[in-house]
Design a binder for this molecule. Structure first.
Ligand code: CP
Ligand code: NVA
Length: 304
């Protein structure tokens, strides 16, 4: 059978609901896995820093009976001393899967094309599919279902927002990307997600007005205003994004049982106030934990 990748949510969109359910099942069975990935090695290459992605992938494959190998992207020849393609071919001879955190989605895609083992994105400048899968797990746990629920993403229309757009469309969740006009999500992804949503009976839309967008929301979601690799100065970002901050005033417009999400790392009192982040409606640490369970579902599906 041909190997499969998870570089974009679209790569596994048909299985996305099943992966969410599998992650929830795997979470319940934690501590009782019978080593389904025994003898499997995952190479993890990081071109950017990471806490959650690095640790949760390592723990995930370990608990499934396999082994992870951490590679600092600046300390291997890939793209410096040899071509990316040559490195990808060599890695495919050693390991059963490659997890890659990249600056450039084009390099990610190239590795996906050339590697003969599954390539899983741990984030690039276009998407963060594993984050979005864990977020869908969290929403299902907290809200029970997706239909008729409204997610408002506030702030920078970045990689996390892009993968959330696809995921929401696939799961039947209504999503509004509420971002400044100059920092909207990727136009092609927005269009693609809207088409999927149309066919799936839900709605993807855009707004520049947080007070309007957050009315009756079930989920408010934000991420850093300055992603890794973005050289926007902090003072400029604060000026541009401050009206999109998740704070108690904005939260009061949403439904009473609205949950607040953030993929982390967070900058307290920039994109989210400390009060809300540490408050009763925040689910950010459940969300972080669910990276582990969601990625087990992905690793099991792609590497077994
Ligand atoms: N959310 C997330 O991917 O976090 P890390 O950058 O710590 O991996
Ligand atoms: N948008 C952020 C996500 C970090 C997990 C970034 O790319 O830096």
């Amino acid at each position: 059978m041909a190997k499969r990748d998870l570089i974009s949510v679209l790569d596994m969109k048909d299985e996305w609901p099943d992966l969410v359910d599998l992650a929830i099942k795997i979470k319940k069975e934690r501590g009782n896995h019978n080593a389904p990935l025994k003898g499997k090695t995952l190479i993890m290459i990081f071109e950017k820093p990471s806490t959650r992605t690095r640790i949760s992938f390592d723990v995930a494959i370990t608990e499934l009976g396999g082994h992870a190998l951490y590679i600092d992207g600046s300390n291997v020849h890939m793209g410096h001393g040899e071509t990316v393609e040559d490195t990808a071919k060599v890695m495919s001879r050693f390991a059963h899967g490659i997890m890659y955190r990249a600056y450039d989605y084009k390099v990610m895609d190239r590795i996906g094309e050339v590697a003969t083992v599954p390539v899983i994105s741990g984030l690039d400048n276009l998407e963060h599919p594993c984050q979005a899968l864990a977020d869908m797990v969290t929403i299902k746990e907290k809200k029970g279902s997706f239909r008729g629920k409204k997610l408002v993403y506030l702030g920078d229309g970045n990689n996390v927002c892009n993968s959330l757009l696809y995921s929401s469309a696939v799961m039947g969740l209504d999503m509004i990307a509420c971002c400044p006009a100059t920092r909207m999500p990727n136009a092609e992804i927005m269009l693609g997600a809207a088409r999927i949503a149309d066919a799936n009976g839900c709605k993807i839309s855009a707004s520049h007005d947080p007070m309007e967008a957050c009315k009756d929301a079930d989920i408010l979601y934000t991420d850093t205003w300055i992603s890794m690799g973005d050289d926007t100065p902090v003072d400029k970002a604060i000026k541009l994004f401050s009206m999109y901050q998740i704070n108690s005033e904005l939260l009061s417009i949403a439904k009473k049982d609205c949950i607040v999400m953030h993929c982390l790392p967070a900058h307290r009192d920039q994109e989210i106030t400390a009060e809300v982040m540490d408050g009763p409606q925040s689910v950010v640490f459940d969300q972080a934990e669910n990276r582990l369970h969601a990625q087990k579902a992905v690793l099991y599906t792609l590497l077994k």
